[in-house]
Design a protein around this ligand. Structure first.
Ligand code: ATP
Ligand code: MG
Length: 247
């Protein structure tokens, strides 16, 4: 059996009396590209936030690289999160820092690398996301797509073996979005990283997804191969994909 990078068991997450995740089960294997699907507001971002420890679940278990994350203390959690890159749904670059300084942040926080080496890594990461020219610019001087790619460079700064991307192509033009998909595929091929992506872009899903996790009414409705998901004939999964034919 392939090595499991993330395991989620009976995860329940509530915001006050609103139960958003109501017993979610999932496991993500090494080097797979996993796409999380489900209607708006069904809890996709919430699931990602619970997996990276930003939300404390009401109950259930989340293991990342074999460690139960709710058991970790502050230092251990920070250490574990070095191995996890996150591209948040809303970007979140620091506006008062240049793009280069933003990408350098995780390196400065988590390593003792000399400034010259940090600079080299930052240049390499920016080249990787095709933004070498943005090095000295401020986030406010970038387009939406460029900001997203800069945030991805920052998420990749520490070469994480696990990368989460929450709607990476929302608001991007099709060409930029396809470029991002190619980059994710390349990262998986060359570095063998596990990529977990929330997206509802059908072309993207078709291009990158090995496996799908489909959330519905707080539960896992489907967890399996993309090709098998496409065989489903009725219900929310079929409805989701049939948009393609009607679009
Ligand atoms: N910090 C919060 N406090 C209270 N309720 C929240 C919070 N974050 C999310 N929710 C609620 O939890 C539900 C799931 O939100 P979430 O952002 O996880 O959905 P999503 O599947 O990512 O949606 P989208 O596709 O629109 O990004 C929503 O009903 C939302 O209102
Ligand atoms: Mg979301």
């Amino acid at each position: 059996m392939a090595e499991q990078v993330v395991t989620v068991e009976n995860l329940i997450v509530r915001y006050g009396s609103n139960t958003v995740l109501d017993g979610v089960n999932a496991s993500f294997n090494v080097s797979e590209i996993r796409v999380i699907l489900g209607g708006s507001g069904c809890g996709k971002t919430t699931l990602l936030r619970a997996i990276v420890g930003l939300i404390r679940p009401y109950s259930g278990r989340v293991r990342v690289f074999g460690r139960e994350i709710t058991d970790l203390d502050g230092d251990e959690a920070a250490n574990m999160l070095k191995s996890v890159g996150v591209l948040f749904q809303n970007g979140a670059l620091l506006g008062s820092l240049t793009v280069a300084q933003n990408v350098a942040l995780p390196l400065e926080m988590h390593t003792d690398l000399p400034p010259k080496l940090v600079e080299e890594i930052v240049r390499y990461k920016l080249a990787q996301v095709e933004l070498p020219h943005a090095y000295g610019l401020f986030p406010g001087e970038l387009s939406g797509g460029m900001r997203k790619r800069a945030a991805l460079a920052r998420a990749l700064a520490l070469d994480p073996p696990l990368l989460f991307c929450d709607e990476p192509s929302a608001g991007l033009d099709p060409v930029t979005s396809a470029g991002l998909d190619s980059l994710l595929l390349k990262l998986r091929e060359t570095l063998g990283i596990t990529v977990v992506v929330v997206t509802h872009e059908l072309f993207s899903i078709e291009k990158i997804a090995d496996k799908i996790l489909f959330l519905h009414k707080g539960k896992t409705l489907f967890d399996g191969l993309y090709t098998d998901a496409r065989e489903i004939e009725d219900g929310p999964v079929a409805d989701f994909f049939s948009r393609k034919e009607t679009a």
